[in-house]
Design a protein around this ligand. Sequence first.
Ligand code: FAD
Length: 325
Amino acid sequence: MGKTYVVVAEVRDGSLRQVTLEALQAVSIACQEGDSTAAVLIGSQTTKLASELAGYVDGQIYSIDHPELEIYNPETYLNVMKSVFERVTPDVVMLGHTAQGRDLGPAIAAHLGAGQISDVIAIEKGDADEVIYTRPLYAGKAFEQKQFTGGAQVVTIRPNNINPTEAAASAGEVVELDYAPSASLRSIVKDVVRKTSGKVDLTEAKIVISGGRGVKSAEGFKPLEELADVLHGAVGASRAACDAGYCDYSMQIGQTGKVVTPEIYIACGISGAIQHLAGMSQSRVIIAINKDPEAPIFKVADYGIVGDLFEVVPLLTQEFRKVLV
Ligand SMILES: Cc1cc2nc3c(=O)[nH]c(=O)nc-3n(C[C@H](O)[C@H](O)[C@H](O)COP(=O)(O)OP(=O)(O)OC[C@H]3O[C@@H](n4cnc5c(N)ncnc54)[C@H](O)[C@@H]3O)c2cc1C
């Protein structure tokens, strides 16, 4: 009998996160003939999203729709997953390597007694058709290739590394499951306070413009925001910029912040400490703007501009505006 792959979809601001489509693509790389795919959509008012998801999954989409599920709570979401697993026994569960996926993945693995491979950036088939997962180590300085030896498996996929899936040949079947709120939750999420008003999600942005201590003040982030607007990118920061109070910690990129893999990463006034590189060194193209030609960031940059960011960034914005807006 074939394997059953289950993708846990993720919703943000009423839309499916792109990493869900990337996880579905990961499944199609791993799948063999006879395998099947299902997806799980948890949230509030999921009807429209469930039919959207059905366009990508040639299998069942378990949709669990309840106001209590609007905000992620590890307990409620795990309870929902347990109810899904009463209907479908997964061999492999795939999630995004997002804040939610990093939390829910291990809980699912513990429940299933499964092994887990996290933060996967590539999937390929070996000579014996075994599935090989690649994940970065040591801040992207090395990579390891892993495979499961058996049993149930949980995999988290780093956003922006695997191409999103295309529409499925035939639409999936939406199965709506009831949700029974639990009276004995150990914690409830009352509210989520958003600290950033960024139009583009930092971890999924194709272009990230980051500011460091060289930005010098909260005001100093304005030119970066203008460039991000023109390029439809997101603004990130180094920890030094966050520590100095120039911006919110939700923008921090690095070892103790977010990990991003955009197509273009523009580092402005960032020296390139190893802890910062841990969060961005896998970006496809790195552009560094720094007035110190010896700054270590230039060692990892594909393109370097030695200059004052307050002169260079507005010039870039001006030129890109001419061609893009
Ligand atoms: C356990 C631990 C975890 C950490 N986690 C993280 C993390 O997640 N993310 C992170 O970023 N750091 C992290 N750090 C901190 C890290 O070690 C560095 O201190 C930090 O990344 C430095 O930030 P920076 O490059 O903005 O500042 P600096 O190192 O001070 O560099 C500022 C740069 O700006 C340049 N500059 C100044 N003015 C201008 C100008 N006008 N135009 C152009 N360039 C200019 C300077 O030449 C300099 O290169 C961590 C540290 C530890 C110990």
